[in-house]
Design a protein around this ligand. Structure first.
Ligand code: DX5
Ligand code: ZN
Length: 240
């Protein structure tokens, strides 16, 4: 049941925010399947980034869905603002909502795809009663707050279990549910990340770095995608 494709979502946290529109256009021209928009509120993560206004400013430059990752608490008041600002997907952390089911319903009522984000220490059982309502399960492979951190290896066995949960939920609902990994994804670990079951990968500092131009971003995205596709094919063979 696993989707047989790989989606790459460059995290704009690594972008030059003085040229955000240009950077969004460049990563999309370089092959990004969506832009990953990290919203941090300095309460549930030790950082403060951008809000709906900046998401709205990026929208005209974004011909692919904006994948909004809310690291704020509480989330419910901000969900409609990001829907209004053009988010295609809104993901939130269960620890940031008093009523996770209600927050998921709120996102979907606004015509936006809904995702739940699990920190490295958040157990998979938070998915138990809601996974079949989700469009996206996002596993953090770093502790949220910053780009450029190292991939947490214990994500891989957790990802294998999440893959099985997502496949069962897709079979029960007949709907596609993406399984995304976020944090420390690089060309040299993308194959293992895909082999463990991720079909969508956030990559910030592995893509938006060095020579900040479309050609450099394209080379980075292609390298990650090639590795990930090889890992996904290996997984398909193992599970055939
Ligand atoms: C961290 C963010 C991630 C981060 C990814 O809290 O949610 O999306 O920006 O950046 P890299 O790929 O550099 O770890
Ligand atoms: Zn993120």
């Amino acid at each position: 049941m696993m989707s047989n494709t790989i989606r790459i979502a460059p995290s704009l946290l690594s972008a030059d925010f003085a040229r955000l529109g240009e950077e969004v256009r460049a990563v999309i021209a370089a092959g990004a399947d969506r832009s990953h928009f990290d919203v941090m509120g300095n309460r549930c993560v030790p950082n403060l980034t951008v809000g709906p206004l900046v998401c709205q400013a990026s929208k005209p430059h974004s011909s692919v869905p904006i994948d909004v990752h809310l690291m704020v608490k509480p989330v419910d008041a901000l969900i409609p603002m990001f829907a209004q600002a053009g988010a295609g997907i809104i993901s939130f952390h269960p620890e940031a909502s008093e009523h996770v089911d209600r927050s998921i319903q709120l996102i979907k009522s606004l015509g936006v795809k809904a995702g739940l984000v699990l920190n490295p220490a958040t157990p998979l059982h938070v998915l138990d009663h809601v996974i079949e309502q989700l469009d996206l399960v996002l596993l953090m492979s770093v502790n949220p707050g910053f780009g450029g951190q190292s991939f947490i290896e214990s994500t891989l066995p957790k990802l294998e279990k999440a893959r099985r949960l997502v496949d069962t939920a897709m079979k029960n609902t007949g709907r596609e549910i993406w399984l995304e990994v976020d944090g420390g994804v690089k060309r040299d670990n993308a194959r293992r990340v895909a082999e463990a079951g991720a079909d969508t990968m956030v990559a910030g500092s592995a893509v938006i770095t060095g020579a900040r131009n479309t050609a450099a971003y394209a080379e980075a995205i292609a390298g990650i995608r090639d590795e990930a596709l090889a890992g996904q094919q290996r997984l398909a063979l193992e599970t055939a």
